[in-house]
Design a protein around this ligand. Sequence first.
Ligand SMILES: [Zn+2]
Length: 153
Amino acid sequence: MAEKHPRDRQRGRVYSWEQLYVYPSNGNNTQLTRPEIEQLIQKVWKRVVHDNNPPTFKFSPRLRHNAGWATATNIALNPDYPLRSIVLHEIAHSILDKLFHKKFAWHGSTFLALYIQLLVKESGFKKRPLIRGAREWGLIVKDNKSLHQLMDG
Ligand SMILES: [Zn+2]
């Protein structure tokens, strides 16, 4: 039988939190062009995953209701709103899929910790309001120390 992800209990609340705390932005959240997206993917991949096989990027006009999707080897975005934060959201999925396959829930505490770290490091977001907002929505965010141990281990 195929392996399954743990249930994705936080998904809806992660989307709501993004609408309130990420898309309005307390950092740099502009729309990116294709070369800028590919550069960002390569840069983050090198820093976090330490290999030279970043996922392949494409715009996918068929993603009507979704901002994007990701696997360890591919990232696709809806061309209507290629926001920097959405690219980072999909990069976080891609990294966790690559390093841990189906070990963690898709929008679980590990995902959220990595996504917030990318928003802070790659996009100048302030961490405090992101974390405070996540708490307001009852979201669980893995603490930084555990995330680092996990990523470096
Ligand atoms: Zn997602």
